[in-house]
Design a protein around this ligand. Structure first.
Ligand code: FES
Length: 150
């Protein structure tokens, strides 16, 4: 982790304690998670308690305190997707990538999460990878989709 990058982010927000969320968002965008060292620098420069930064980081699901994969896979487990077999798709991804839901592969290539309704139930079952959305996903299609990101 480059300390200088974190310092630049803090400076961009003028070391304002009220910009804590925005600063954490920028740090997360830079590193795909909130490294402990970065959190320590942020609270020091903003002169706020570490507990405040951690409670924000754990409250918002967009933040992660653990390293995240380069690609983020989300499998919809909402009702419409679930009845169309998204549970089996999620299990297949877990097996194929050797990763559990909520975790990241050892090579930091993929993070896998379940979500509840992506608002496009007509396309169920739905999987997203980063900004890409895949509808009517099947067990056969899934490995081919994953290959694009390998
Ligand atoms: S339930 Fe999956 S998109 Fe709505």
């Amino acid at each position: 982790m480059e300390k200088q990058k974190v310092e630049q982010i803090i400076a961009k927000h003028k070391s304002e304690p009220s910009a804590l969320i925005a600063i954490l968002q920028d740090v997360q965008e830079e590193y795909r998670y909130l490294p402990e060292e970065a959190m320590a620098i942020v609270v020091d420069r903003l002169n706020i308690p570490l507990s405040r930064a951690y409670s924000l980081a754990t409250f918002f699901t967009a933040f992660s305190l653990k390293p995240r994969g380069r690609h983020s896979i989300k499998v919809c487990m909402g009702t419409a997707c679930h009845v169309r077999g998204s549970g089996m798709i999620l299990e297949k991804i877990e097996r194929d990538l050797n990763v559990k839901r909520g975790e990241t592969t050892d090579d930091l290539k993929f993070s896998l999460d379940e979500v509840y309704c992506l608002g496009c139930c007509g396309l169920a079952p739905v999987v997203t990878i980063d900004e890409d959305l895949y509808g009517q996903v099947t067990l056969v299609k899934m490995p081919k989709i994953l290959q694009k990101y390998s």
